[in-house]
Design a protein around this ligand. Sequence first.
Ligand SMILES: [Zn+2]
Length: 129
Amino acid sequence: MQKPRKIPERMCAGCKERRPKRELWRVVRSPQGEVSLDATGKKSGRGAYLCPKNACLAQAKKRGSLARALECAIPDEVYAAMADELARLAPAGEEPCAKPAEKPAAGKAAQKQTGRPASKAAKPAGALE
Ligand SMILES: [Zn+2]
């Protein structure tokens, strides 16, 4: 039998919602004063939390709430790193063509139309229409 464990919650510096800690990013200020994104949640230092979402990142930057939480300035490159990370994570649910397999016929047709290799024209179908 498993005992119900209390899930630690933290507040997002962007939307101010409380969420399970593991769903949030931890931004940490090291004892040396270096601010970085701590994806593992294991770095030592003072931490602040943020939903891995563009909206929360933008809010935290605009309001300076992340900087306030860490009591220091957040360098632009840290925000940039987080934006990069977001782009890389790109939640599958938001991509219209996140299907595992595409029909070969559709792919061929697209290639004929653009005359380019599919790798360069890998935009979600219908996104531009
Ligand atoms: Zn949030």
